[in-house]
Design a protein around this ligand. Structure first.
Ligand SMILES: [Zn+2]
Ligand SMILES: [Zn+2]
Length: 281
């Protein structure tokens, strides 16, 4: 079986991808035999608090971090991005290159998001929750570790996801439903098991299915198989795959295993390689 399309990829046009490169990512996609790739750049409008010691030295965000730790992501350059996308399509005619965006908390920034969406054509639009309410502001889940119990962070995240998908009409794919698991500390809390969070997972998955959105299997971490099974049980129609690569070397990581998991849970490829996978029954 050929690899599925990598539908969640960042390049230098994302504010936090200092090692990204659209050109080199296309070259790598061709070398890997990947049929299609979607460049889903960050569009973030939430200002959040970050421990400065957690900042990546090379990240484009540095000049936007105030001394008190507030991060304001750089605005997305739609015209520059679309220009580069056009050049890459000319240089790599055998690779299907989709335009795209990863909208952070789009339900909180309807006007700003509408402006970006109106400035171009985007084939694949992902919706992401990257921050949680924290006092009178917002914070990445990882920044809350140690200040709140890990289980509470996961529960809050899933509740916010349900609220986001229900309120939104801009994106078609829910990205990384397991985002807070990236900061789950196995040494403290043991291996992550979704079972204690079944109610919250099912609620978020149901809200996503009811909104007609697809679920992404994000391969930064292997998504727990139980979550994909629940997605099928609540009636989820479609699955998307994404490496969430922020540099060319990470393109397509784990996609083979993710495709095997989707297949085992009752999903199959669409007609075209860049189509979302659909359920068979
Ligand atoms: Zn994300
Ligand atoms: Zn991403």
């Amino acid at each position: 079986m050929t690899l599925p399309s990598d539908s969640h990829v960042h390049t230098e046009w994302s504010w936090d991808a200092s090692r990204g490169s659209m050109e080199r990512t296309c070259a790598r996609a061709v070398a890997l035999g990947l049929p299609a790739v979607a460049f889903t750049e960050h569009v973030d409008h939430t200002v959040w608090r970050l421990d400065r010691t957690h900042v990546d030295e090379g990240a484009h965000l540095l000049s936007f971090t105030s001394p008190d730790g507030l991060v304001t992501p750089a605005p997305f350059d739609v015209a520059g991005y679309l220009d580069e996308l056009g050049s890459c399509r000319e240089r790599y005619p055998g690779l299907r290159i989709l335009s795209g965006l990863e909208l952070g908390e789009p339900h909180l920034h309807a006007e700003a998001v509408a402006r970006v969406l109106g400035a171009g054509t985007f084939d694949r639009v992902l919706g992401s929750l990257h921050c949680l309410p924290d006092g009178d502001g917002w914070t990445e889940p990882g920044e809350l570790v140690g200040r709140r119990p890990s289980a509470e962070i996961v529960r809050t995240y899933l509740r916010e996801v349900a609220a986001m998908v229900a309120a939104d009409d801009t994106f078609s794919v829910l990205a990384h439903i397991d985002y807070p698991v990236r900061s789950w500390d196995e040494r403290v809390d043991g291996p992550f098991d979704p079972a204690p969070f079944e109610v919250e997972f099912r609620h978020a998955l149901e809200a996503t299915a009811n909104a007609g959105k697809a679920l992404e299997i994000n391969t930064v971490l292997p998504l727990h198989p139980t979550v994909v099974r629940w997605w099928h049980e609540v009636g989820g129609d479609a699955i998307s795959f994404g490496s969430d690569a922020h540099e060319p070397e990470a393109l397509a990581r784990g996609l083979r295993e993710a495709a095997d998991l989707a297949e085992a849970c009752g999903y199959r490829p669409g007609r075209d390689p860049h189509d979302l996978w659909g359920r068979v029954d």
